[in-house]
Design a protein around this ligand. Structure first.
Ligand SMILES: NC(=O)c1ccc[n+]([C@@H]2O[C@H](COP(=O)([O-])OP(=O)(O)OC[C@H]3O[C@@H](n4cnc5c(N)ncnc54)[C@H](O)[C@@H]3O)[C@@H](O)[C@H]2O)c1
Ligand SMILES: [Zn+2]
Length: 365
């Protein structure tokens, strides 16, 4: 198909391609045929917000002779649960899914994580194709192989690394995405600019209007660059063992603490990440790790993309305590990813409560 950008994620026997373009889902049958020539059964796991798309894909695959089952998952984080997983396992059983079946995850990160975990576990592993339909899932969660569900009070605590066989990103799916969800995904794109890709950061600065208008060329570019950054990190640290993957956590130690203390649901994840990046940049500047100019530059970009850089009524002490319980704390050492210059970050331990408090206050209204 014309105008499709292809990117490889090189993970030895678990390597796969990411295809990015406009309208590429019209050729879903051909794409699946290429990665799974012997599969004749597809189970589409689809978010209720994109039920129509799931049905279209089912019709398309069905007309090319593929046996197709459609499982719809209620929209929202509460579907990343053991109960929803059990329902999905039950559906896989009743539609006689076996090792030759393929799971097609159609939706945002919730469906990608849930369906991915079902693929990792049912019959000890089914092929998985990700069709992400939110910006966040297109630039982040569909790539890298992390799958899983939440337990009450513990996000993403049960899961598996299970790489997809293909990621199909059709930018047309974003036309129906609510503006707030769309902007939230942009925070992760800014993150890639800060941690690895100064050119992407510059592109976002210059093209903010086109990006907010969701112009296809701009979308394709920023999704491609984001996936390229994520793939680079994942290729070098597939299972988060060398420490490199931790750089993806820029802004996230603060963000998770905001999400945990402000009550889940008040902020979308990307909004919390945006505020968290502002805090992390402030922490870096205040402790001499980066130039204060960087804080202003990042702030200007986040604001031009309609993202928040501060929150009201944050409880800094409660955030500090939540940080001590973060999954990413290793052997009692809380590390923050801090920028040293645009395109480069470092993991630094040993910040004191007054320093962290000051960084939080810098992003509190
Ligand atoms: N696996 C990973 O590496 C990874 C990385 C980052 C985040 N995550 C997970 O991803 C989840 C968040 O993902 P998300 O932001 O995509 O959330 P989401 O899946 O909840 O989608 C956000 C909202 O958009 C709706 N939606 C989806 N596609 C749509 C479309 N095309 N048009 C209209 N509405 C649409 C959904 O119904 C939902 O209401 C979290 O559970 C997070 O833990 C996983
Ligand atoms: Zn994130």
């Amino acid at each position: 198909m014309n105008n499709v950008a292809l990117l490889s994620v090189n993970l030895g026997p678990r390597s796969y391609q990411i295809a990015i373009g406009t309208g590429l889902l019209q050729l879903i049958g051909e794409y699946i045929q290429k990665v799974a020539p012997h599969s004749i059964h597809t189970v589409i796991v689809c978010d209720s917000s994109v039920h129509g798309l799931g049905q279209q894909l089912s019709d398309r695959l069905g007309s090319s002779g593929n046996r197709c089952d459609l499982h719809v998952v209620a929209s929202g984080e509460s579907s990343k649960s053991i109960q929803a997983l059990e329902r999905l396992w039950g559906q896989l059983l009743s539609c006689r899914a076996d090792r030759g079946s393929l799971i097609l995850a159609v939706g945002g990160g919730v469906v990608g994580d849930l369906a991915g975990f079902a693929a990792a576990t049912f019959a000890r592993g089914l092929m998985l194709v990700q069709v992400p339909t939110t910006l966040l899932s297109q630039v982040d969660s569909s790539v890298g192989g992390k799958t899983g569900v939440n337990l009450p009070g513990a996000k993403n605590i049960v899961g598996a690394f299970w790489q997809p066989s293909l990621v199909l990103i059709d930018t047309e799916t974003l036309t129906t995405l609510p503006a707030r969800e769309y902007r939230s995904g942009l925070a992760e794109v800014v993150k890639y600019g800060v941690i690895l890709l100064p050119e992407l950061f510059g592109y976002l600065e210059i093209n903010a209007v086109q990006i907010l208008n969701r112009e296809p060329t701009a979308l394709k570019h920023l999704i491609f660059e984001s996936c390229r950054a994520k793939a680079m990190v994942v290729e070098q640290d597939e299972r988060e063992t060398t420490g490199l993957r931790a750089i993806l956590n820029y802004g996230h130690t603060f963000a998770h603490a905001i999400e945990a203390t402000a009550g889940y649901g008040k902020w979308l994840h990307g909004e919390a990440v945006s505020i968290g990046m502002h805090m992390a940049a402030n922490l870096a500047a205040e402790t001499g790790h980066c130039d204060p100019q960087f804080v202003h530059r990042q702030r200007r970009l986040l604001e031009s993309l309609g993202l928040p850089i501060a929150a009201d009524s944050l409880d800094a002490k409660a955030m500090w305590e939540a940080m001590q319980h973060d999954k990413k704390v290793q052997h009692g050492k809380l590390k923050f990813i801090v920028p040293t210059k645009l395109g480069h970050v470092e993991a630094v331990a040993g910040f004191s409560w007054p320093q962290v408090n000051q960084a939080i206050l810098a992003a509190t209204i």
